[in-house]
Design a protein around this ligand. Structure first.
Ligand SMILES: [Zn+2]
Ligand SMILES: [Zn+2]
Length: 245
């Protein structure tokens, strides 16, 4: 009589399987019977010329999550602290993102590419002024563009030479009129649950005694940037030069 073969190990429980599954892997959730969830149900593809923060906010808004929570579902645990770090995060986790969202990898690459005007600006400043230049993460905006569906922020709005919206013949706004800050100047929007047209900044820190800013978590501004007064771009109205390069 042949010896008993060693007992096969018990299959791992779904919870144990999920606990071992790293965030951003191909498996979002294990379900017995071959019904594993490998993709997110709501697809939000990037739009042409859209910035990476804009796409991430639209995606997070569909799931009523913060952009940081979406990044954790789609990738690793890192929290980007700069725009360049966000681009690196997306590129690093591109395989998982494309699988979960079923969007072409080329679309993700375009999200993280510098707009043509940024490349030209950097080349011009290097050639004629011998200085390296990086675009600011802060973005101008066109209130009328923000009323469109789907609502997207153009990557070109970050360039200091982009001062007009050609679609609406309007001067782009530089600041939120409620909090007085430039949208996307910091990465605090990663912790915000908000529609894409809501100001992504936190309110400025209140001043305490001696004029020093008080410590503590500041609330988000929450201003609806679609309601900002339109500034028509006419021949007799030149836009402000904006911040220095
Ligand atoms: Zn516009
Ligand atoms: Zn604001």
């Amino acid at each position: 009589m042949p010896p008993n073969s060693p007992a096969a190990p018990d299959p791992p429980s779904p919870s144990a399987e999920r606990a071992r599954t790293p965030l951003g892997s191909a498996l979002l959730r294990s379900i017995p019977g071959g019904y594993d969830i490998t993709g997110l149900p709501l697809q939000v593809p990037p739009l042409p010329a859209e910035s990476a923060p804009s796409w991430l906010r639209r995606l997070a808004d569909r799931y009523t999550l913060t952009p940081q929570q979406i990044l954790r579902v789609l990738g690793d645990e890192g929290r980007p602290t700069t725009l360049a770090a966000l681009h690196a995060h997306i590129e690093r986790n591109a395989a998982g993102i494309t699988q979960h969202l079923r969007i072409p990898e080329d679309d993700l690459e375009n999200l993280c590419c510098a707009p043509a005007l940024d490349t030209l600006t950097a080349g011009y400043l290097q050639l004629y002024h011998h200085r390296a230049w990086q675009p600011s993460p802060a973005s101008r905006y066109c209130p009328e563009c923000l009323t469109q569906e789907p609502t997207a922020w153009a990557a070109a709005w970050r360039n200091p030479y982009t001062v007009i919206c050609p679609t609406h013949a309007a001067i782009l706004h530089d600041l939120c009129p409620s909090c007085g800050q430039r949208p996307f100047a910091t990465m605090s929007w990663l912790g915000q649950v908000a529609e894409p047209w809501i100001c992504p900044s936190r309110r400025p820190a209140p001043r305490g005694r001696f004029g020093r800013p008080k410590r503590g978590v500041r609330p988000f501004c929450g201003h609806d940037l679609r309601t900002v007064t339109r500034q028509p771009a006419t021949d007799d109205r030149r836009p402000d030069p904006g911040p220095t390069l």
